[in-house]
Design a protein around this ligand. Structure first.
Ligand SMILES: NC(=O)c1ccc[n+]([C@@H]2O[C@H](COP(=O)([O-])OP(=O)(O)OC[C@H]3O[C@@H](n4cnc5c(N)ncnc54)[C@H](O)[C@@H]3O)[C@@H](O)[C@H]2O)c1
Length: 402
């Protein structure tokens, strides 16, 4: 346990870059390669002002468990920088990414560590990061996940985490002879994960009613539809406030400095950031008749919130299981490239569903093997943690004291 809790490697470095006015800035870069017992590392890169070594450690620890539970043989890593891409020009983001990669490239590679999208890092950032990596290593090898389709990989990497969360919810409901159709769903965040959750919820006939950002939340009592989701995307792409939505859809409402957890719902999808649900939010969720919570963000609930949800019998799908869509897409992309097959988005989605199903079944089996009732509200949380822990611990024991 002592070895498992200590990261294998923590890389901390200076990232100097020059803005469009010619002024110099310095940010900090991080990459924590937490555990490579089961295979080479995979994990996200986050660009956000709140990023620090502590957040990198927690994200890489949780990624280690997520990857160990997935159908692939992978270790876990995470990292990023306290750089804020918001409000920066494309050229500034490119210069920052190039400087960040100038240090990190020596620790990356398909057999070592490959990064993927996370908060504040999308296809634009992944493109710049990969371009610099390729230039420095001198050949095209082990493309990062999250690139655009025309030069590499599948088109579904960005969608995969959000879609996967909805597939996972559907699997849980199917086991209860229920379905997502008609269920009211609250979603937090309005980034890559949240927007793809909305999209897939609509495909399943569910009724998503909220999105949020760091300033407040938006609720549409009538539920979002495809046209409204497209409008939300436009608002986000133009860096406007979610408040602007209400100017077009008068029955919707935007609340400042508030979270969506007191809106009546059946299923909640936290997709913003860690610790976004505290004790009060959890009480609000329970009082709003929420009975299933699917964790999109990593560690969305504080320990006090977890306790409230457990006592109220809210069924929780942990991020290390439900959020495995991203890692699955990354590995599928590599296979896809290696085999030079021409998968359609539908083929890709079927493979993604299969990966999520295997993850779900593995977590549930471990829970039952260790004496938890299949129906108990925290069976998946325990099962996912046990199954991942056993794989890593067994591997570490086999590989000796290294
Ligand atoms: N992108 C992935 O592949 C992936 C995979 C697994 C988990 N996650 C987790 O999902 C979450 C969202 O990631 P993303 O890739 O969608 O990021 P993103 O940068 O695309 O979007 C983040 C969104 O959250 C909002 N936000 C940030 N802080 C907030 C706060 N305090 N309250 C409410 N909203 C807030 C932002 O306004 C933004 O809309 C993160 O917690 C991340 O760790 C992402």
């Amino acid at each position: 346990m002592e070895r498992l809790l200590e990261p294998e490697r923590m890389i901390l470095f200076r990232v100097p870059w020059v803005d469009d006015k010619g002024e110099m800035h310095v940010n900090r870069g991080y990459r924590v390669q937490f555990n490579q017992t089961l295979g080479p590392c995979r994990g996200g890169i986050r660009f956000h002002p709140s990023m620090n070594l502590s957040v990198s450690k927690f994200l890489s620890f949780s990624q280690t468990f997520k990857n160990a539970l997935s159908p692939y043989k992978l270790g876990g890593a995470a990292g990023g920088s306290d750089f804020d891409p918001k409000g920066k020009s494309d050229n500034e983001v490119m210069r920052f990414c190039q400087s960040y990669m100038s240090e990190l490239y020596r620790y990356l590679g398909p057999d070592q560590d490959l990064p993927s999208e996370e908060m504040g890092v999308g296809t634009r950032e992944m493109g710049y990061l990969f371009g610099q990596y390729k230039r420095l290593i001198g050949h095209f090898q082990g493309s990062f996940t999250g690139p655009r389709i025309f030069w590499s990989g599948s088109s579904l990497r960005t969608e995969a985490t959000g879609y996967g969360l909805v597939f996972f919810a559907q699997l849980m409901l199917a086991d209860m002879n229920k379905e997502l159709k008609g269920l009211r769903c609250t979603v937090s965040g309005s980034g890559k994960v949240a927007m793809h959750v909305l999209e897939k919820l609509l495909a399943y006939g569910a009724v998503p009613i909220t999105v949020s950002d760091s300033k407040g939340y938006l609720v549409d009592e009538d539920g979002f539809d495809y046209v409204k989701v497209s409008f939300l995307r436009d608002i986000k792409a133009q860096h406007r406030s979610l408040r602007d939505y209400s100017k077009t859809y008068a029955r919707s409402k935007y609340y400042d400095e508030a979270k969506p957890w007191n809106e009546r719902c059946d299923v909640a999808f936290p997709c913003a950031s860690q610790n976004e649900i505290d004790q009060t939010d959890a009480v609000n969720l329970v009082n709003s008749s929420c009975h299933i919570l699917i964790e999109g963000s990593n560690m969305p609930c504080t320990p006090e919130a977890v306790e409230v949800l457990r006592k109220a019998n809210v069924l929780v799908a942990p991020a290390i299981a439900a959020g495995a869509g991203g890692v699955a897409a990354g590995e599928l992309e590599l296979t896809h490239e290696c085999n030079a097959m021409n998968w359609s988005p539908e083929d890709f989605e079927t493979k993604l569903q299969e990966a999520l199903k295997q993850t779900y079944q593995r977590a549930l089996k471990a829970a039952v093997d260790f004496g938890y009732q299949k129906e108990s509200p925290d069976a998946l949380v325990h099962g996912a943690t046990i199954a991942a822990f056993l794989s890593i611990a067994q591997g570490m024991a086999d590989q000796g004291c290294v």
